[in-house]
Ligand binder design. Structure first.
Ligand SMILES: *Cc1c(COP(=O)(O)O)cnc(C)c1O
Ligand SMILES: [Zn+2]
Length: 481
């Protein structure tokens, strides 16, 4: 039997992110912001008393152990010593995190990298089809620790899909309440929420509106909140980094590139690297690149143009408030085909600034045209992804062109969600007639489908079909070069 992590609940505590406050709370309590000052909360550990293996190969060895212990099958809880807040018997897992880091030379060439330079981390392989499952397993575990049963989130789609699956697949009495903006959710994701039996509340408004409402409802009804303001969720999402490092034999890549929406992932990655360096499991962090969509570029604007930074834990938040005021004044709403990152008020902004600070991070944006083109290249050269994920690849390409990422660098792009999450966008790009293309993509500023793989329409006649294959297979091959 493997050595299980010791019962370590007393190692962990919640701490306010604001260094002026630094209030601490037990992990037996449920808060979604600091009760003292309203800032974000972090989960912290007394690492001196934690029994973290000195050799990270211990985590990998657990995977092959006999008996299929769910805690070893999970790509999150295999690394339980690095998020030691939960007693083993409280852990809620559905087999999340069995994902793949794949070398992708063809996509790498598109990005502008040398062979062996680009790796894609396929988080779409999670049970609900996105990386969100990594966070849900940790947040559901905490919900179970505090005996919560009604769980809620606001979502652009994938958080709600993950929440719904965790409720339906665990049989622990969890009931899902989901808030979505009207007309703002990709069909694959809405399908999941409905099919898994979640109470789905579509409000007239966008994600930022839904987010405000769900926080009010959580306050009023005492419902457990599963958005990434929940600090336990980010603990689970650290495991994406552990699996990447594991797949690279704990050799740190030069860059991690991730799309930025609510900035939970980038925040979790930064925290993972801070802790791994502190624990001596790696010597230095990689550089981090967070990619916004041009139509939802709050982070890029604030960091790139208005010099917002971590500032030792005291970012100049008046700059943020001023920018939000401008958005309101000009009635600017987030707008991008990459619906998962169609967010203008990212709740984890401060934590992301910490991650950028620790990892010498950069921020960039990708247009919807760049996102859809990159998505088509990922599909043609790999396992595929949804639009928001392709922002990472489009962003990496831009950063290579700008000379920020060197052509010889080793780069990992996080593909956050599965290709089938948003079939509407994919079909509109590849196959739609002009009218459909304009309706779905044209209004997003996508002018052309440069990498479209069009279906060939032929009469139902064998000779015509054979002629079409002869005619188009040459062209098709050329297209894919
Ligand atoms: C949630 C989500 C994102 C955004 O991640 P954040 O942690 O909110 O920045 C990106 N891509 C996909 C597919 C998502 O589901
Ligand atoms: Zn506080």
């Amino acid at each position: 039997m493997p050595a299980l992590a010791p019962p370590i609940t007393d190692l962990a505590y919640q701490e306010c992110l604001n260094p002026v406050c630094s209030a601490r709370f037990s992990i037996d309590e449920t808060h979604f912001s600091c009760p003292n000052c309203g800032d974000l909360l972090d989960i912290q550990y007394d690492w001196d008393r934690a029994a973290v293996p000195a050799d990270p190969r211990v985590f990998s060895a657990r995977r092959g152990l006999e008996g299929n212990d769910p805690l070893n099958v999970s790509g999150v809880w295999r690394f339980r010593d690095l998020l030691p807040f939960a007693p083993a018997e409280k852990i809620v897992t559905i087999g999340e995190g069995q994902t793949l880091l794949q070398r992708a030379d063809k996509v790498g060439e598109f990005v502008g990298l040398a062979p062996g330079g680009l790796y894609l981390q396929y988080e779409g392989m999670n049970p609900s089809g996105s990386f969100k499952d990594n966070g849900m397993t940790a947040a559901f575990t905490h919900a179970r620790m505090v005996n919560a049963t009604r769980v809620a989130c606001a979502s652009t789609g994938n958080t709600s899909a993950a929440l719904a699956v965790f409720c339906s697949a665990t049989d622990l009495g969890f009931r899902a309440i989901i808030f979505v903006g009207s007309g703002k959710i990709a069909y694959g994701k809405l399908a999941q929420a409905l099919d898994h039996g979640a109470l789905t509340i579509q409000i007239v408004g966008d994600f930022d509106d839904a987010m405000q409402r769900v926080q009010q409802v959580a306050d009023r009804l005492g419902v457990y909140l599963m958005n990434s303001v929940n600090p336990f969720r980010l603990e689970g999402q650290k495991a994406i980094i552990y699996r990447i490092l594991e797949a690279l034999a704990w050799q740190v890549p030069d860059w991690i590139v991730v799309p930025g929406g609510n900035l939970g992932n980038s925040s979790a990655f930064g925290k993972a690297f801070i802790e791994l360096v502190h624990l001596g499991l790696i010597e230095r962090p990689p550089r981090l690149a967070v990619i916004n969509a041009t139509g939802a570029r709050t982070l890029d604007e604030l960091v790139g143009r208005r010099s917002l930074d971590w500032n030792s834990g005291l970012p100049k938040m008046d700059r943020v408030e001023r920018y939000y005021g401008e958005l309101d004044h000009d009635q600017v709403k987030a707008s991008t085909i990459a619906s998962a990152i169609e967010i203008n008020r990212p709740v984890n902004l401060k934590k992301c600034l910490r991650a950028l600070d620790f990892c010498q991070g950069v921020v960039s944006s990708a247009t919807d045209q760049e996102i859809m083109d990159a998505k088509a290249r990922v599909g043609a050269g790999g396992l595929g992804c949804e639009p928001a994920s392709a922002a990472a690849v489009a962003g990496a390409r831009r950063l290579v062109r700008e000379g920020v990422i060197a052509r010889s660098d080793r780069v990992v792009c996080i593909l956050t969600g599965h290709q089938l999450k948003d079939p509407t966008a994919t079909v509109a790009y590849h196959a739609a007639d002009q009218e459909q293309f304009d309706k779905i993509l044209g209004c997003r500023g996508v002018q052309r489908a440069g990498f479209a793989n069009r279906p060939v329409v032929v009469a139902n006649e064998l000779d015509d079909i054979i002629r079409a294959i002869a005619l188009y297979s040459g062209e098709h091959a050329a297209n894919r070069e």
